[in-house]
Design a protein around this ligand. Structure first.
Ligand SMILES: Cc1cc2nc3c(=O)[nH]c(=O)nc-3n(C[C@H](O)[C@H](O)[C@H](O)COP(=O)(O)OP(=O)(O)OC[C@H]3O[C@@H](n4cnc5c(N)ncnc54)[C@H](O)[C@@H]3O)c2cc1C
Length: 405
């Protein structure tokens, strides 16, 4: 088994390192070492620097602001950025860049690409994902949001829910039913709805932690141009699936980098709390270490598949299941190490570019509690629940009978 990166990746690594040392202050210790307002200002300035230097979407063709590189180059970039303690983009960019940007390149018309890609690259546009509905989460194809054609417009009526960062969205990419007579997976279209729109109301949902990161979105006779349909009308399921594949698969190789950074913090936390010599804690840390290493190798396997076959297969579900279930155990260990301190939220809120707080931050209780409550727990739900991933693996990899529909 050859685990070394090829020479062109190492040449690129040198370029990325040169970019980092040219653009970060000499005494840089990681985004986490900055206070709230300074960190916010740095993040925004850093986002602009990345766009100017074509470091956003490096795998995208040059006409879309990218560099036409491979996923391997993206992984090397993520490794070097993690080492330097800087994000690869803002948290708010996840749905814009990783999901919609990649989808528009694959499925968008030249007009849609020309209109929407520049804002995605510059960060001026923030697109959020409007898929889930109160009665359609795991069973997404059961969605009921209706889009009826009226001249050159769609008229949308219905509801979406659990839209992450919906309040910050300058647009929502939405799945809507455009043919109610067709079979469940057919008759769905992928529609770009710019915000604000007089027929679209975005309402925040306050969660147990006091945050209102989620939203529900109500469509009441909302008019959106038919020209905003991405991919063929009634074939949005195909478009959405290629996008979900990206969400699940592209992370496979970069995720372990962030989990490694997090585990290093947990090990430091064990030292800080005087528990690093406790044999039970050592045993649990060793378990975490083994899991993160296996995750890294799994990531390389999926990356190799993407590079050689140009596709992300159902194996991406192995990775999703693996990291999300690992993360809950690791987060529980962090909370146990904090002990009674875990009852108090203190310090500034983490930005969560790195799964936990950014490198350079103090091991504050807030980092871990926030990760445990909001991040690790929800990891087995969003982007397909663990049960759904197991169904996919059972059917498409193990060849077990399909579950009754
Ligand atoms: C942090 C977070 C962020 C999210 N962000 C977004 C977003 O930005 N946009 C968006 O559209 N959605 C978003 N979601 C919603 C997410 O996609 C759904 O929560 C998810 O698909 C599950 O759907 P559900 O909540 O309706 O649960 P349900 O589908 O009702 O599932 C309930 C339970 O039943 C199980 N179950 C369901 N079907 C099966 C089956 N066939 N076999 C076995 N078990 C089954 C599930 O595993 C789960 O345990 C987000 C969710 C979270 C937690």
């Amino acid at each position: 088994m050859q685990l070394a990166f090829p020479s062109e990746a190492e040449t690129w690594r040198e370029e990325v390192r040169a970019f980092l040392s040219a653009n970060l202050p000499a005494d840089w210790r990681g985004l986490g070492a900055l206070d709230g307002e300074d960190a916010e200002a740095f993040s925004n300035a850093w986002r602009r620097t990345l766009a100017e230097h074509r470091m956003i979407g490096v795998t995208w063709p040059t006409e879309f602001g990218g560099r036409g590189l491979t996923k391997l180059h993206q992984v090397v970039l993520a490794e070097e950025f993690a080492r330097a303690g800087v994000p690869i983009y803002r948290v708010a960019d996840t749905t814009s860049i990783k999901m919609l940007g990649n989808t528009l390149i694959a499925w968008g018309t030249p007009e849609q690409q020309a209109k929407y890609m520049p804002g995605i690259v510059s960060g001026e546009a923030t697109w959020v994902q409007g898929y889930s509905e109160p009665e359609a989460g795991s069973d997404l194809a059961g969605l009921k949001l209706r889009a009826e054609r009226d001249g050159d417009d769609w008229v949308l009526n219905g509801q979406k829910i659990w839209t992450s960062r919906g309040m910050d969205g300058t647009g929502v990419f939405t799945l809507a039913r455009t043919d109610s007579n067709a079979a469940k997976h057919r008759g769905i279209s992928f529609i770009l709805c710019e915000l604000p729109n007089p027929g679209i109301e975005v309402r925040p949902i306050r969660t147990l932690t006091g945050d209102d990161e989620f939203c529900e979105i109500f469509y009441t006779d909302a008019r959106v141009p038919v020209a905003n349909t991405v991919g063929p009308v009634n074939e949005g399921w195909k478009v959405a699936n290629s996008l979900l594949g990206l969400e699940r698969g592209e992370e496979a190789a970069t995720n372990p980098i962030f989990f490694r950074a997090e585990l290093d913090r947990i090990i430091q936390l064990a030292r800080d709390m005087g528990r690093a010599d406790d044999p039970v804690i050592r045993d649990r840390l060793a378990w975490c270490h083994t899991k993160v290493e296996i995750m890294r190798i799994l990531g390389y396997r999926i990356l190799t598949q993407v590079l050689s076959e140009g596709r992300i297969g159902p194996e991406a579900s192995i990775s999703k299941l693996y990291w999300s279930e690992y993360h809950q155990v690791a987060a529980d260990l962090a909370i146990e190490l904090l002990g009674p301190n875990a009852m108090i939220r203190e310090g500034r809120k983490p930005f969560k570019h790195f799964r936990t707080d950014e490198p350079g931050a103090a091991n504050s209780t807030n980092s871990w509690i926030d990760v445990l409550l909001m991040n690790a727990r929800s990891g087995t739900v969003y982007a397909g629940t663990s049960q759904v991933q197991r169904n996919i693996l059972a059917e498409s990899i193990l060849g077990l009978p399909r579950e009754p529909r």
